[in-house]
Design a protein around this ligand. Sequence first.
Ligand code: C2E
Ligand code: CA
Ligand code: CA
Ligand code: CA
Length: 278
Amino acid sequence: NKNEKKVDYKFYDSNLNVILLQKAKIENRLRNAIENNELRLHYQPQVNLNTGEVIGVEALIRWQNSELGHVSPGEFIPIAEESGLIKPIGKWVLQTACKQNKAWQDAGLPPMNMSVNVSRSQLFNKGFLNTVNQVIERTQLDPKYLELEITESSRNDIEELISMLKQLKEIGFKIALDDFGTGYSSLSILDDIPLDNLKIDRSFIQDISKDKNKTALVKNIINIGNDLNLNIIAEGIETTEQHNFLKQNNCNIGQGYLFERPVSGEKIEQLLNVNKVS
Ligand code: C2E
Ligand code: CA
Ligand code: CA
Ligand code: CA
């Protein structure tokens, strides 16, 4: 028995080491990802749930490294946040997304929304306003076609968040609250912070008509959002049943594998051109 305990402990210890080593490796490799041209953006269409029309896209980062292979943003974004690498990476994302959206407009495609995920550590960085101003100046994209997706904030930085969002809205950007329902803040945040769109988290959409309480919650979130004049965007729609439920309950915009996975910019262009002809 004594021996078993010892083995268990060692097992745990070496596991932890593997995790730390992997994190260090990711951070190390991530440091050169921009200059080595290893980052890409994929884009997931945001769809009008009643007409099927694509009204925008969400930019989602992809990273392919020669040694590590494909690393998902769920794994490397938190490491980028801890290490400060989120600053140059976030800037690269904004620059690339705005440039792409402007290029689509210049090519004659109907102007649409580009949503970009912004980490809290990025948003609260002193240089953030400078960065977005610079990107807009360089790309010449009208700021109303850029939406910043932020996540729920904790109570203690809510004042700072409101002040930052007001300045961003003054420039002309749109603001969406991402992953709504998963954080710790209450509904009152919706009234406190300046928002355009509210994104209901995928975990709620998944449980539609499987879990009574969650289904009721989704209905209520949509109603409250509509009362506050917010557009409601449902994340992660995978089934026609979910799609129909959302339509019937006045949620008008959605994203999910049912419509399209995140795809390359070229693929988006093809999709939009096909839609234009038909
Ligand atoms: P998110 O902002 O909530 O993005 C939605 C995630 O759900 C994406 O995962 C997307 O590919 C996935 N998804 C979309 N539709 C469906 C569906 O129907 N079913 C399922 N199962 N999944 C769906 P992804 O691309 O792996 O990104 C994960 C997270 O990483 C994002 O969650 C976001 O928080 C973060 N992230 C991604 N790109 C960026 C970025 O450029 N900057 C920052 N700061 N964070 C990013
Ligand atoms: Ca998002
Ligand atoms: Ca989400
Ligand atoms: Ca998120």
